[in-house]
Design a protein around this ligand. Structure first.
Ligand code: KIV
Ligand code: NA
Length: 278
């Protein structure tokens, strides 16, 4: 398998071939996603929720992202990997944005960074792209702004908000972003934005008109993800139940003595430890 390139992604949009994206946070999740044939892996700051157990993505640090990105990069050497810049690690000063993005590339070993926001951060996007750092945008529901947005809800339902999202998407494209995540926007608005742009859109809860789809690993696999049913998620396995049942069986067998059995133990040579008994 060869790692996908940005120009290949743009070609996929032009040819109407959907781009598959999944998050991953460590070596095994990345390895399995690559073996399954995923196009792009996102080391999302959603790791704050699904791996670190926080309520929001706000406490996630650049050190967390670097640490998890490195593990993902080791597990998926032939997959295009994007890592999130977490809350307040970009958008303040250009130098600060560049320093943090450089850490994800040089120490996290990813191929691109993603940041949340639209026209307001376009100068930061432009500076990253000029420095040679590929940027994926992210608009609509931007979880780092959950408190400002008053919760996790569908964005762009009012005309003014819809118009602002279109402008944000165009600003990101103009600043040099190679793709944009559209999160929790209506199918109609996401389709309109996708048609307006030359770069691919990757949707999550944004319907069928996007040029690709992204979901969170733990949601897809029901891997002990927070127990909130999400309309936009489709689960393809119930790994949580599989793991819990397997561990419960292990516990039972240790308690009952059923594990370990003959096949798991090492036998001494006949007579070789007799002298130990004196
Ligand atoms: O952090 C994340 O997993 C994301 C995707 C949901 C787009 O940003
Ligand atoms: Na994210």
């Amino acid at each position: 398998k060869k790692r996908l390139t940005i120009s290949a992604m743009s070609k996929m949009k032009a040819e109407g071939k959907p781009i598959s994206v999944l998050t991953a946070y460590d070596y095994p999740s990345a390895k399995l996603a690559e073996e399954a044939g995923i196009d792009v892996i996102l080391v999302g700051d959603s790791l704050g929720n699904v791996v670190l157990g926080y309520d929001t993505t706000i406490p996630v640090t650049i050190d967390d992202m670097v640490y998890h990105s490195r593990a993902v990069a080791r597990g998926a050497e032939n997959t295009f990997i994007v890592a999130d810049l977490p809350f307040m690690t970009y958008g303040v000063t250009i130098e600060h944005t560049l320093t943090n993005a450089a850490r994800l590339m040089q120490q996290g070993h990813v191929q691109a960074v993603k940041l949340e926001g639209g026209a307001g951060i376009k100068e930061h996007v432009r500076a990253l792209v000029q420095a040679g750092i590929p940027v994926m945008g992210h608009i609509g529901l931007t979880p780092q702004a959950v408190h400002q947005l008053s919760g996790y809800k569908v964005q762009g339902k009012l005309e003014d908000d819809a118009r602002r999202l279109v402008e944000d998407a165009l600003a990101l494209q103009e600043a040099g972003a190679f793709a944009i995540v559209l999160e929790l926007v209506t199918e109609q608005l996401a389709s309109f934005i996708s048609d307006q742009l030359t770069i691919p859109t990757i949707g999550i809860g944004a319907g069928r008109g996007c040029n690709g789809q992204v979901l969170v690993y733990h949601d897809v696999l029901q891997y002990s993800s927070p127990n909130v049913p999400k309309k936009f998620v489709k689960t393809y396995a119930d790994i949580g139940t599989t793991i819990r049942d397997a561990i419960a069986q292990y516990v039972d067998e240790v308690k009952s003595g059923a594990f370990p059995d003959d096949s798991h133990v090492f036998q001494a040579e006949a007579g070789s430890i007799d002298s130990l008994y004196g």
